[in-house]
Design a protein around this ligand. Sequence first.
Ligand code: LLP
Length: 421
Amino acid sequence: MDHFDYVNGVMHVEQVPMAEIAQAVGTPVYIYSTATLTRHVNVFRDALAQLDDPLIAFAVKANPNGAVLATLAKLGLGADVVSGGELLRAIAAGIPASRIVFSGVGKTAEEMRLALEHGIFQFNLESEPEADMLSEVAMSMGKTAPVAYRINPDVDAGTHAKISTGKSENKFGIPYDRALESYAVARDLPGLDVQGVAVHIGSQLTDLTPLEAAFTKVGALIEQLRAAGHSIRTADLGGGLGVPYDPSLPIPPLPAVYGEMVTRITKGWNVRLMFEPGRVIVGNAGALLSRVVRVKQGAQAPFVIVDAAMNDLMRPSLYDAWHDIRAVVPVGRRETANVVGPVCETGDTFAMHRDMDVVQAGDLVAFMTAGAYGATMAGTYNSRPLTPEVLVSGDKWAVVRARPPIEALIEGDSIPDWVRD
Ligand code: LLP
């Protein structure tokens, strides 16, 4: 559920007409709803109400905007970070280090040092060489690093190949079958406190079966590790719960159903459970607002050319992802059209042969469910400045990231004298 609704035939974000934001900030622009963020945090938290003090660590990569993170911090969320940059953004937004977990296969010694200085809750290690490096860094600082190993359960998440992470051929985690050896090695390394197990098998999961299979494997491993003398106190079950993008498809399992499954599978584990939801918190809380530049006749269907492009919202070109595209002021007629951006690549296509509201030059359209992996993956390809972001709350709204002037791109480069001469 979200708070992007039509009031008298005009799309609003909470109480703010979308057109008001387009008028003031220009397009394209990302717009987030505080009420939707809050609702999703509450729904996710309620789904886990049977668990004892779970740590919900928002996957910062899904939306690292400072105002979004500060909203989530106020609601008590922690953060799952995958770089020194994300760590610093989470802390700057008010997320305490005691609620931060550090994931990722390529943490550098410098990033480890930073996280140790801040005293984060847990490092999720993804290989034995990484354990060696963290041990050295921790020792050099006279600190002890709380760690879990992320295990690769060799489970097919049944999602897009590019966002599937739990198969043995993927780069993530340590092989399940070698886990006992890896834990034994880590236990003997100075400067590490082995406290937990972690798993994350992929994103936009629309079926709970693979998650249940992965969690069952984690449960079995916890038993084996305890039998081998390890003191396992945490289990991080990752993120991955899908959200509805295409209204014609069945909706993915609701957080409540996920929560029931987790509560059932983890019964008796006797650990503090951790979660790393990203998309399910922010996905439906954001839309990308864009203006139609012109409509051009096509061989089969008209091309609706909008002022947003693949650099602003990469998901359709990268994963063939489906985003609902709605007219901000629908005229009440529909047609089949192709929606494309201005970038000089065929891949700069948001939708082909889409049944959608009839729109014409100057109209506003909203790309729905763009709050997760939208602005955060934007770039400046075709020398298009990064997309601005706006946060709405009730009848209030604020620019939470301004559109950089084109001069910033030009002045960001420096031209050596010997090139000019
Ligand atoms: N934890 C870890 C270790 C992750 O790698 C991810 C996402 C998450 C948590 C959060 O997953 P979520 O709850 O958001 O599914 N750019 C892609 C998604 C990439 C996901 C990467 N990892 C997309 O636009 O679909």
